[in-house]
Design a protein around this ligand. Sequence first.
Ligand SMILES: Cc1cc2nc3c(=O)[nH]c(=O)nc-3n(C[C@H](O)[C@H](O)[C@H](O)COP(=O)(O)OP(=O)(O)OC[C@H]3O[C@@H](n4cnc5c(N)ncnc54)[C@H](O)[C@@H]3O)c2cc1C
Length: 468
Amino acid sequence: MSTRGRYGKVTDDVVALLAEIAGVKNVLTGDGRENYSRDETLRVKPVVPEVVVKAENTDSVSRILKLANQRRIPVTPRGGGTGLSGGAVPIYGGIVLSLEKMNRILEIDKDNLMATVEPGVILADLYQAVEAQGLYYPLYPGEKSATIGGNVATNAGGMRAVKYGVTRHSVLGLEAVLPTGEVVQSGGKFVKCSTGYDLTQLITGSEGTLAVVTKIILKLIPPPGNRDLLFVPFHNLHDAIESVPDILQERILPVGIEFMEKDIIDMVEQHTGKEIPLHQYQAFLLIMVEADNQDEVHRIAGRIGEICLRHGAVDVFIPGSERARRNLLEAREKFYSVIEHFGVLDIADVVVPRSRIADFVEKVKEIASEYGLPLVAYGHAGDGNVHLHPMGQGTESLEKKGKELLRRIYEVGVSMGGTISGEHGIGFVKKGYLPVAADRGKIDLMKRVKRAFDPNNIMNPGKVFDLE
Ligand SMILES: Cc1cc2nc3c(=O)[nH]c(=O)nc-3n(C[C@H](O)[C@H](O)[C@H](O)COP(=O)(O)OP(=O)(O)OC[C@H]3O[C@@H](n4cnc5c(N)ncnc54)[C@H](O)[C@@H]3O)c2cc1C
């Protein structure tokens, strides 16, 4: 973090100007700033920002950025702080620009199947508002207290990506503010666009390093009629993973296909005290299906069950009630907190071609055993996204081993045609590994794009890559 000296300080006159722009009640310089010093990333040292400013509208964002740019003060945009890559940690101090108060749902347009929202709307509120209008926002990136702005900035994924894609596939337009204070509009309430460079897609996934997103136009769909869930045990992960291409080739498009192994199932049972059906087997697929009517759901579930049995599935468990279905899904949603409870050194979210998941998991477990570290693996089998957790309580030497192991995991993932992050982003914690996944030419081009948006490098500096 040697560039700290290049940045301006948040002096009293800067605080006074921020208070003039955003209102005194929206500027924190004392207690409470520590709540903005970290996100949900494991083992990242919290950094308390010099000041937290809560913007209430686009004009405020624009004036705050203009001031910060003139004074060379780093700005870290922040949504719900649920990120898993240290993206919202203000590593150079400066200003944390919180979007939590820009949380209005501006429009739900039933005719065009679109919602226009401010960035601080949290997922839970969006779901509720959209469903009240008889519509559906299908993405589910794991944590309902995350904001839509944060989802856009990280291009969040989650369990329903097989059918509905990741956040960028639902973003039709954005309003964003550049560090100069300029407000840019990109995309709109239309579904096709071949009109110049696609800035919507460039800003989506840019982790707050190019601009602050202040408005988002999202695609909605009619709600699915009926749902079902299959929990399918196998004797080994290879058999489970080999079922996946066959399911997709049969033109059955499940909402999501998750994989997990016995180790995480055992941990969930120990932690929650609840028994998971068929827990004695080694590997599992959890498959979510939807269709217009119950008969069609049964037909799809039956077909998927047959394919899994052909690939060596031991049984096909279909929960008999909504409650049993919910329990299984909730068990899956708890994986991250369960892992934390048992002591985890790190988290990786490598993505590989989906047919390679089992080989990848086997190989990285072999490598983990060289380091004497247990490695828990689970993830989104339908889109090749593997979450890996080297387990252990964090002594310094163990943490060092964990970091070395991660580098090797990333190298194996890339050598199998994958990349180092499928959904959590690079942020601060993975930037040292970016060269494993991107060659010099690509990183240089990204740096040139960054400089075009942000010549003074004030927008979330030190995230994704270092500029100097
Ligand atoms: C239990 C748990 C489960 C999770 N499961 C998933 C999952 O399944 N899939 C998945 O993809 N993620 C998952 N996540 C990670 C997390 O929820 C996502 O990264 C989410 O998109 C972050 O949103 P946020 O509002 O909390 O953003 P923050 O953490 O506040 O910020 C994340 C990044 O976005 C930037 N940012 C935030 N708002 C803006 C804005 N308006 N303009 C510009 N930049 C901005 C920040 O600077 C930072 O770089 C999970 C997290 C937890 C804790």
